[in-house]
Design a protein around this ligand. Sequence first.
Ligand code: IVH
Length: 682
Amino acid sequence: MKDIKEKIQELSDQLNEHNRKYYVDSNPIISDYDFDMMMKELEALEKEYPQYKLPDSPTQRVGGFITSKFKQVKHEVPMISLANTYSQEEVVDFDTRLRKSIGDDFEYVCELKYDGLAISLIYEEGVLTTAITRGDGVVGDDVTANIKTINTIPLKLVGNYPKYLCVRGEIIMPHSSFIKLNVEKEEAGDQTFANPRNAASGTIKLQNSKEVAHRKLDFKLYSVTSDELTISNHYDSLKEARKWGFKISDFMAKCKSIDEVFDFIDYWDIHRKELDFDIDGIVVKINDFTLQEELGSTAKVPRWAIAYKFKAEAALTELLSVDYQVGRTGAITPVANLAPVQLAGTTVKRASLHNADIIEELDLHEHDFVYVEKGGEIIPKITGVELSKRKIDNKKIIFPEYCPACSAKLERNEGEAAHYCPNTKHCLPQIKGRIAHFTSRKAMNIANFGDETVSLLVDKNIIKDTADIYTLKYEDIFGLEREFHDEDNNFVRKISLKEKSTDNLIESIEESKKRAFYHVLFALGIRHIGETVSKKLTKYFKNIDNIINATFDDLIACDEIGEIIAGEIIEYFNDEDNIKLVDRLKSYGLTFSVDDLDSDNNFDDSKLKIDLKGKNVVVSGVFKNFSRDGIKDYLDSAGANVVSSISSKTDYVIAGENMGPAKLEKAKKLGVSILSENEIFE
Ligand code: IVH
């Protein structure tokens, strides 16, 4: 028995070490495959001998379900905030005040002000034991299981660490994770997050740490405290934390004068756009701990630090009206129509209002003058109302009680921000949305069957549901006059379908019958079933009947399927009409099973010159013989791990023409093999 215990200890230590080398040092020394094998071995041992599972076990990185609500825990030292300012004069005042009080013999540390949510981590004997959110500053939520999934947070410290340590920092969602998450949400018909901060805080409060792991959060450390520390200043304490296995920002600077502080501020006001995460300002701190103590804190904020916040580029414009769009899942999204205004180089005419709560928070009234801001690739949002411009008789904007399309009474589920129209079967935008989703590229990929065509065919009563697409004949489509509109819904032109386009459309419909099962399942448009979940389901259950007949417990046994998704699947197939729809689609010859002989769905990898199974591959540029997405899909089916950005973990870059020079240079620098399409395909 002792052997097993030792083996578990040894594997845990090694895996934690490899994790650190990979995520913190960006310098892995073993292959992903070897890492996965070690992890599997540890998982198996822990399953058989749960009594030996360690509190710092790396298997917790993958997460699981938390059944109860989060425990409330009191912070040993309250989490106070920072004095904030948008004015450079106030930073100068801060500096003057300090110099009067403690003289000139001190230095500042300038750091980025990360835009996420604050977290306090407790390490006892080097092991992460508790992670608490700020909460009200005195008491927060114990979110330890979720925090343990974040790879840059060590589960166990290395080196000469204090026995009892409190580390504080910000949980953030990198842009790359944020974009991926919102794409997945959109594909699954869920509401998207308005910004990375909301996404990070929504994620950390999830009751399913597996999903937390999937969303790839990150941690930015900004304070280290322990009674045992012999270090006398903040800067060195962070450097010390680096030795214990934490990832520390490369972007901090010691500054002697206020001019140097402003150099740092000015630099980052411009260069923040290049970071893969949001910052909303710069934090200026006195470096020396003794001086910090001497200055102390008010009830709310320390006197030794100040946060200078960047002004987001904003514009003031009039709210013309609010549209309520009905999505394919019935979710209602309010969209503000604005008087056109210039902002950060583009003309803004619309802004998403996301949901009823946001309208309420802004206390929006008709014809209000509103501030719009834009950040990175994120759509503009309304951040405030200029009350001085509000006329007395302007009416409050009231979120509708009834569906703007079909007049059904809207519903709102407990805990959800969105309102839904429950009239799934007869509400026109939902019907059209479902069909358009079905034909879309990642679903059945029926070319030339976009929103306009769908809308026209439904309005003319030629099709009523997705299965009707397969009954379409040449004469149903030939001569159809499609109206095209620009992004503001202004009519641009009418184009009628000619012979060739009609032939192509019919052929594309026929071709779609060969689409792999996971595309078909995704195309059905079941809520929360995005492309990734669909792949997991089809791989695990093999055919549609197994999914239809699966119980709740069967479903959650499948990797990445949680209670909510399982519930949606059960509900979908409990509806007789959906079963009939699937039966009709089956009768038209669509693919509803996975062939066991193939690695994925009816996949044939004989076209590949190189075995890419398990390899990390980046596809970039434009290709002669294939579409980029086609290549990605193909490589994914061949067992390659197709990722979007180049890192030291990347095995191959498949480069087409016009690959970005920065990407190319990075690949060369990291020594990644660069291959052309001819080098990998027969
Ligand atoms: S120091 C005693 N440093 O901003 C003060 N905070 O608006 C400890 N934040 O509560 C905070 N980046 O959640 C500090 N480099 C940084 C920060 C930072 C982001 C957050 C933190 C804090 C809030 C104050």
